[in-house]
Design a protein around this ligand. Sequence first.
Ligand SMILES: Nc1ncnc2c1ncn2[C@@H]1O[C@H](COP(=O)(O)OP(=O)(O)OP(=O)(O)O)[C@@H](O)[C@H]1O
Ligand SMILES: [Zn+2]
Length: 745
Amino acid sequence: MLNDMPQVTESINTPLPGLESTAANPPARLLQVALPRPLPALFDYDASGLPAVEPGQRVRVPFGRSELWGIAWGWRDGSDLDPSRIRPLVGCDDSQPPLPGNWRALVEFVADYYQQPIGEVAAMAAPPAISATRAERAHRRFRATAAGHAAAPSLPARDVGRKLIAALDAAGELNEAELRALSSRAGPALERLLAEGWVELALPQAPAETAHTLTADQAAALEALQADSGFAASLLHGVTGSGKTEVYLRLIEDQIAAGRQSLLLVPEIALTPQLHARVAARFPRASLHVMHSEMSDGARAMAWAAAQSGEADILLGTRLAVFAPLPRLGCIVLDEEHDPSFRQTEGVRYSARDVAIWRARHENVPIVLGSATPSLESLRHAIDGRYRWLRLNARAGEAKLPEVHLVDTRVFRATDGFSQPMVRAIESRLARGEQTLLFINRRGYAPVLSCPACGWAAGCTQCTANLVLHAADRRLRCHHCGAEGPVPHACPKCGNQDIQGYGRGTQRLEETLASRFPQARLLRIDRDSVRGREHWQEQLDRIRRGEVDLVVGTQLLAKGHDFPGITLVGVIGADASLHAADFRAQERLFAQLMQVGGRAGRGDSAGEVLIQTAQPEHPLFAALKAHDFDGFARSQLEERALLGLPPHGFQLMLSADAPELQPALDFLEAARRAAQALQVEGVQVYDVVPMRMVRRANRERAQLVVESRSRPQLRALLRPWIANLYRLRLARGLRWHVDVDPVEV
Ligand SMILES: Nc1ncnc2c1ncn2[C@@H]1O[C@H](COP(=O)(O)OP(=O)(O)OP(=O)(O)O)[C@@H](O)[C@H]1O
Ligand SMILES: [Zn+2]
């Protein structure tokens, strides 16, 4: 990302080799630079050749025998390095404003708290390395309204507004850049047209967003939140469909009125189009920018520039947006706070939720975490009074929470995945013209392709995993490393021609539904069906407009969406997660089922959730039936307290991977001894173990978990321990990572 940067100011004073710091030269100005290297340090350079360079700017530096882009961090009085070894900067990029001190403080916090190399954190948290002026223009599109058509003829012929309306009439829709190209005064004219209601944002299916009259719960929550000035953390814990978004919008409205910026964080890009449309429709005159990792660098640079310059009123984004500088920041809202996608588990390991909390405190602004199923970590903070706990206990408007029923598959056997009661429930919705959502958390056709004669199963050569059968294009795919290949015609081991797919995924359910309900309009939504943002948006729109009867989908559909026509949610094959080894498996399953069930009955008709299970007596299901999040959460918390597990204990995970397992195990053993040698009390260092999925993308992996009931004790170990690890000799090809507060162990 830091290569190919434009507009480099050449160093005007590169000293000749050997003459760097003789007494005759002016004293070196020592600049610390963050470089994208896996080392826990800043690097010293001599900036005397570039008098204008400032902390926060991108700078180019010599590194070994090559050059690197990095970020100027700060000035230093003296270096531990021999002065003759301090090399001068090569150049700096002044096409972008320097990243502010707040941003650097945030990066330093992440580097220290998560013990990640500071230069790698900085590289990840920095904007794309292209300047926004060269980037694509804004995506806001406008169209003329009926009132605009009516008013235009009465405007003076040379009025810029009239010209804009005429252009919009001719083109249908235009974006901001295209309008601005029509006249130098297009900006203010556009403002006026928006204010008059003659032009409006052309949003894909923006539901008319007028403010709702608040429910009593909403009003109470809002009142509490409006009392905040300065840092305060609140957990907005509201059942599915209780109108949390309305509370966020009211808060944002206050911020806009006060001239402050709002940061609205959502877990996944899947949530942004709908929320984007809602926010835009509510605040048509506010400057709203979106930021997520699937945008082009140009579009992201634009959003970044709008945020950093203070131009953006609202920044809506996924976890990386937590790093965007906002000079007028007034509040942070983080929706679906329980969602695991706030946690980055590759590269720099951090939790955007926890970073957002730190940021809110550091910049002294309030933060709201919203969820129908809060994480146990946040819930514990709420119980202990560190977060204000705001509840919305009923659905907004007329809607009621759905009824949850279990189908015992020991009694009602499923054929092709569907039990009789499930089939009948679907039939009755079809007959009434209502929509059904079928949830299965596995994409593809079948998770295993195997030979019934000899037991062969198609496995990934690079991972300890089965290949998944994809029927649509007849391919076998590894969902872990992306490897793929054709489907063999016969068993490669015994030649049997009758090899079969076992188990089921979204594609197979879709096939079964198509043959059982040939008259129904069917839509499958998973990561394979959703190609690109436009397409995703369009599929969501089709559901909302009632153009499909049956939707088959993965957890992509479970979160946050508001589809008023869905009255039945059917859950297929959730039992596997009841017995997963991860201690968070039940917490996750419960949240997922409550969230997906929460898509049912959000409109005028009552909703029902049907869950097929062979274990209807499991307490998790009893809690789901009763919509008893609190009861479930408390029992989980008690269990965790007993076992000293998060949030009643704290964990670190050190992992290592290499082409072979032994060097990874050896490294972790050495790390384990190093941890024990530090003799920190109250800290338990577990055994080194191979990971459950040992091999991934041709690398063998092992892990070591360290646990304590006291965070200060764990942190007392962490820093010196990690510093020691950098001194260990590494076998060829070995990599290691530390994960503070890991979400999967
Ligand atoms: N005060 C209100 N009166 C009537 N309808 C409301 C009110 N507040 C919100 N709504 C409507 O209720 C529906 C659900 O609201 P929203 O999507 O904000 O729920 P949510 O709490 O975010 O749910 P989830 O956790 O499931 O995402 C929306 O269609 C919204 O327009
Ligand atoms: Zn693989």
